[in-house]
Write a new protein. Structure first.
Length: 421
């Protein structure tokens, strides 16, 4: 079966891709947030719209916070946006001076408007994202090929995989999460500081090699200083006595990073379930936990023929979709054949839902996620700009869904280079 860079099957594996490259220029990838709710125009929280170019969201937040003389954590955001892109997103800051905000000037960040609302903007306060993407150097006949693939994705849905950015540059965040959930601190430390790979930057590769041969001081000396979190943990490892070395090291790792690692494991488990369900992502089976139109509330698909026939018709009409597990100690698993797939996948990762109850002082509740997502406002054309011709793709996708998964279906680039999928 044809797979993508994460070894996940394509829904449109029988249709040839167009190849091509994205993000050759910052303006080639544009994203604009669609808010979950309109600002009321009243309240103590200033909502401000930010246009940023070629910079990650946390870096933009840090620059604005410095200008406003507040902590970055005081600035609310609904979601993180790509670094190598032109993005428009909303942020919030309570008791801010709108004139001072408007006076902010930066080569990569611009505040384009302000208003007021009654609450802080928080992650998830986002309805959807509108994408405008240029694919360059595509194969001959790209427009017709892309349209054929999109026809399938519009009808059946886009596989709701978590994208590769979820798993880190070394593709090891899920393994770190698995070690945390399993309580295997030896493995966690070994992955975090050792096991160099060819794609590691030379300084990091040298540091990891030094760690593996037991030269901790050399590893700490070689580790780049801008990697502050691993350096701090490695310093704790060096100082701790042998009996408490691993536990002390894990305790020092930033809690937000540990949550990210556990989230990556959850994402990997979901992706594997979806990979096994790829041929049936647009239908439901008895025992499925289905969601209505992308909602979070789920219900069990009954086996009785009179009920199953109705739910099959609703799935065909994209009114409901099967879901997969974002595992946690309170997340339900499906029953029947779908449930067996989920249990087998958890077992293959060496964890149970109960293992998420106590993860390094964190309780991970879990959730369900639809196996597919619906795109809307789709536009496809060819165009030319000052840097050449390209395929131009515009669409809207629900929040939390990855545009790169849709692009991956279209391009089917098997061995991506920097700037490609």
């Amino acid at each position: 079966m044809q797979t993508n860079a994460l070894n996940l099957p394509y829904l449109t594996a029988d249709l040839p891709g167009i190849g091509g490259r994205i993000k050759q220029h910052v303006d080639d990838f544009r994203v604009e947030e669609i808010p979950l709710y309109p600002a009321s125009g009243e309240g103590t929280h200033i909502y401000f719209t930010v246009r940023k170019r070629g910079i990650p969201t946390p870096a933009a937040v840090a620059r604005i916070a410095k200008h406003m003389q507040v902590r970055p954590s005081e600035i609310g955001i609904a979601g993180l946006k790509d670094a190598r892109a032109l993005t428009v997103q909303q942020m919030s800051l309570e008791h801010a001076d709108p004139q001072k905000l408007a006076a902010f000037r930066d080569r990569q960040v611009e505040i384009v408007s302000t208003t007021r609302h009654t609450n802080k903007l928080r992650p998830g306060h986002l309805q959807a994202n509108r994408f405008t993407i240029k694919v360059r150097d595509a194969a001959a006949g790209a427009l017709d090929r892309a349209q054929e693939i999109l026809d399938v994705l519009v009808r059946r849905g886009v596989p709701n995989y978590f994208g590769p950015q979820r798993f880190g540059l070394r593709n090891d965040t899920a393994a770190l999460g698995r070690a945390l959930v399993a309580g295997d601190l030896d493995e966690f430390v070994a992955i975090m500081f050792g096991r160099p790979i060819d794609s590691d930057p030379p300084d990091c590769r040298a540091a990891r090699a030094a760690f593996d041969r037991g030269d901790i001081q050399a590893a700490l000396t070689a580790w780049p200083r801008h990697f502050s979190h691993p350096r701090r943990a490695l310093s704790a490892y060096r100082k701790a006595n042998a009996s408490r070395r691993n536990s002390r090291t894990v305790a020092v790792v930033d809690k937000r990073m540990k949550r990210l690692y556990v989230s990556a494991l959850q994402s990997a488990i979901f992706n594997d379930v979806l990979a096994k369900r790829i041929e049936t992502l647009d239908t439901v089976m008895p025992g499925d936990l289905a969601a209505r139109d992308g909602g979070k509330a789920v219900f069990t698909v009954e086996e009785a023929p009179e009920y199953l026939e109705i739910e099959l018709a609703r799935a065909a009409a994209f009114e409901i979709s099967p879901t997969g597990p974002i595992p946690g100690y309170r997340s339900s698993l499906a029953t029947g054949q779908p449930g067996q797939i989920e249990r087998d996948t958890l077992a293959a990762h060496g964890v149970t839902t109960e293992d998420f109850r106590h993860v390094d002082r964190m309780k991970v509740k879990g959730a369900r996620r639809a196996l597919r997502f619906k795109i809307s406002n789709l536009e496809l054309s060819t165009d030319t700009d000052e840097t050449g011709s390209h395929l131009l793709l515009k669409f809207t996708a629900p929040s939390g869904c990855y545009a790169t998964v849709l692009l991956d279906e279209i391009t089917k680039n098997r061995d991506p280079e920097p700037g490609t999928l």
